[in-house]
Each structure stands twice: as structure tokens, then as C-alpha cells.
Design a protein around this ligand. Structure first.
Ligand code: FAD
Length: 316
């Protein structure tokens, strides 16, 4: 059934494949500020500026390079190289010590979908990035994509952690399997980002209602906070932020033994408020040529942001 909300979502997702609109937005200087609310720019230098500003306001950062969808190994290699170059730039600017600014990787952009050997290609590319991160004194987190990749991504995580135990995972509370994955990954030294999950998943593998996804989030949160690892609580949901603080106190967690994470441009006042309470707050900053698709997906997730975007276009 096509509700107005679903229709709007589909329209925006349709626009995300419209190259003319993309070009118009890119050319119009008026929209630059608005785009930059959610995207850290196109080049490593752009994102360096954004990261520095966040660090200056007591927020740490994880950077995602929005590369091309990988359809050949050369593209995967060029995404890998973009990360290595980014880590060099960040390290030279003194931003990577103690993981202040780290990077987030999507294994699909590193070759995971390239046929039978895809996962091995992605692993090898991720190894190069992990070594560059280690040289820079920082960490890497593997983003989680749709459910058909969960096992493959957790296998890559396991392999990488043999050499770099600080490589972080992402688990999605909408999947039925995630409580067990949390138990498996709650051990000492692990870093786990818990999010609700952003892909359209079938009922056979995932909770469908917001209430069920939220309840699962709380159950997973408890497991991670009561475990020995480092939970990374990625949500903008005010209720879940509050519940995290209560559960963390119950689990006798120090404020520096877990962190909150939010996306660039979303609830920035709340990010600053949490940081001011002494909580650790990390901001996820996407950048790169593929900023347009990312922006449109955020708009589709929450059409209220579209009003903000269009108002900015009209008034700037
Ligand atoms: P929602 O249920 O979307 O929103 C709950 C409430 O939060 C809303 O009612 C509102 O009060 C507030 N809120 C939400 N959005 C906004 C907004 N734009 N402006 C103002 N208030 C808002 N997903 C993956 O599948 N894989 C990943 O690797 C991944 N990494 C992520 C990393 C980070 C740092 C973050 C923050 C999210 C990541 N996600 C990832 C996306 C995540 O799964 C959700 O799709 C996304 O965060 C929206 O869920 P939510 O927890 O904010 O709650």
C-alpha cells in the first residue's frame, strides 16, 4: 500500500538517480552550505577542515569515503588508495592520535561483491587500510551493509582482528540474529557500533516495526554495556540516548568506556550537549564524489530534512 510517506520516500530515492538534478545542485553555489550540513565535502582537504572543526568542539570523528559502487577491481583499489591518502593527510594534521579521527569502511566499496573472490579482495584492501591506520595511530570500523553480507563482513572482521584487535564492527538491531552477535562480540578489546540498521530487509531476517527494532536495540545495548568491550551507541533517538545513560550507570561504566555516535548534521545541538556532559561523542562524516546519493538517502529516511534542504536552496 502506497502511503503518502512511502510515495515521498520513493520519489526522493528516484531523484537520487537523477544526474541532471545532481549537476544542478553541484553547480549552484547557493546550495553548497546546505549540502555541507550533511556531507564533509569532496576532497580529503575538505573533510580535513570539517574534522578539525568537530575535534575543536570536543567531538571525535569517523570518516567514510563515498566511492563509486564497486563494479571492477580497479575501483576497489582506487577506494583503498583514497583511504590511505586520507589517513596520511589526517595524520600529518595531527588528528589521528588515540583514534580521535578514525575511518569507516564499506566492504562493498573495497570489492566484496566482485564474484567468488570478492570477500578476499575486500579483506586484502582492508588490510592495507588497517596498516595505514595503525601507522597513523588510529582505528578502523567496518560498516555493516545488507543482511546477505553480514556473515562475510564478520569473517573479514575476525581475520583483521588477528593483526589489529581494535578493528570495529557494526551490528544492526533490526536483525533477529544480532542479540547473539552482540554476545559473541562483547569480549574484552572489541569495539562494536550498535545501530538500528538502514537497509530494507525481509521479515524472514529482520523486525519490521519500529517498536520491535527499538526493543531489540535495548536488549543488545544491555549485552554490550554489561560486556567487556567498547560499545559505540549510534543513534539519534532521544529515548535510546537516555536509556543508554541509565544502563551505563547500572553497568558501572566510566564515561570513557563507551561512546555515542551520530551522523554529521543530524541533531548537532544534542551532539554538543552530550559532549559537554563529559560523554564521548563521535560524528560520522561521509565525503567524496558520491555525496549526492548519500544525501538523497538521508532525505528519504527523514523527509523533514528535505524542507530544510529546499528552504536553504531558496533563501541562500
Ligand atoms: P530513528 O528511528 O530513525 O529515529 C528515532 C528518533 O531520532 C526520531 O524520532 C527523532 O527524534 C530522532 N531523529 C532521527 N533522525 C533525525 C534527524 N534527521 N533529525 C532530527 N532528529 C532525528 N546503518 C547501517 O545499516 N549500517 C551502518 O554501518 C550504519 N552506521 C551508522 C553510523 C552512525 C554513526 C549512525 C548514527 C548511523 C549509522 N547507521 C548505519 C544508520 C542507522 O542504522 C539508522 O538508519 C539511522 O541512524 C537512523 O536511526 P536512529 O537510531 O537515528 O533512529
Amino acid at each position: 500500500d502506497l502511503t503518502p510517506a512511502l510515495l515521498l520516500r520513493q520519489t526522493i530515492l528516484g531523484l537520487s538517480r537523477n544526474d541532471q538534478l545532481r549537476d544542478a545542485i553541484e553547480r549552484a553555489p547557493i546550495s553548497r552550505d546546505v549540502v555541507h550540513r550533511f556531507v564533509g565535502g569532496v576532497s580529503a582537504q575538505d573533510v580535513l577542515r570539517v574534522a578539525s572543526e568537530l575535534v575543536d568542539t570536543r567531538r571525535s570523528v569517523t570518516i567514510d569515503y563515498l566511492g563509486e559502487d564497486t563494479v571492477d577491481p580497479a575501483m576497489a583499489t582506487s577506494t583503498r588508495d583514497a583511504y590511505v591518502e586520507l589517513l596520511r593527510v589526517l595524520s600529518e594534521a595531527g588528528l589521528t592520535h588515540d583514534g580521535t579521527v578514525e575511518v569507516s569502511l564499506k566492504l562493498s566499496a573495497l570489492g566484496q561483491a566482485l564474484g567468488r573472490d570478492g570477500n578476499t579482495i575486500a579483506l586484502e584492501n582492508a588490510r592495507v587500510i588497517c596498516q595505514a591506520a595503525a601507522n597513523a595511530g588510529t582505528t578502523v570500523t567496518l560498516d555493516m551493509e545488507d543482511h546477505t553480507t553480514t556473515d562475510k563482513t564478520l569473517w573479514v572482521l575476525h581475520e583483521l582482528r588477528q593483526d589489529w584487535p581494535w578493528v570495529g564492527a557494526v551490528l544492526q538491531s533490526y536483525l533477529y540474529r544480532t542479540e547473539q552477535d552482540c554476545r559473541d562480540l562483547a569480549g574484552a578489546g572489541s569495539r562494536v557500533r550498535l545501530c538500528k540498521g538502514t537497509y530494507k530487509e525481509p521479515e524472514s531476517v529482520a523486525f519490521q516495526s519500529k517498536a520491535d527494532v527499538d526493543l531489540s536495540y535495548v536488549r543488545c545495548l544491555k549485552i554490550l554495556l554489561e560486556g567487556e568491550g567498547y560499545p559505540m551507541v549510534a543513534t539519534h533517538d532521544p529515548r535510546l540516548v537516555e536509556i543508554t545513560s541509565v544502563l551505563a550507570e547500572k553497568a558501572r561504566r566510566d564515561p570513557d568506556s563507551f561512546e555515542f555516535q551520530m551522523l554529521l548534521g543530524i541533531r548537532p545541538e544534542e551532539q554538543l550537549r552530550l559532549a559537554a556532559t563529559g560523554a564521548r561523542m563521535r560524528v560520522y562524516v561521509p565525503y567524496g564524489d558520491e555525496w549526492y546519493g548519500y544525501l538523497m538517502r538521508r532525505m528519504a529516511e527523514r523527509p523533514a530534512n528535505l524542507g530544510f534542504f529546499l528552504r536553504g536552496l531558496a533563501t541562500k
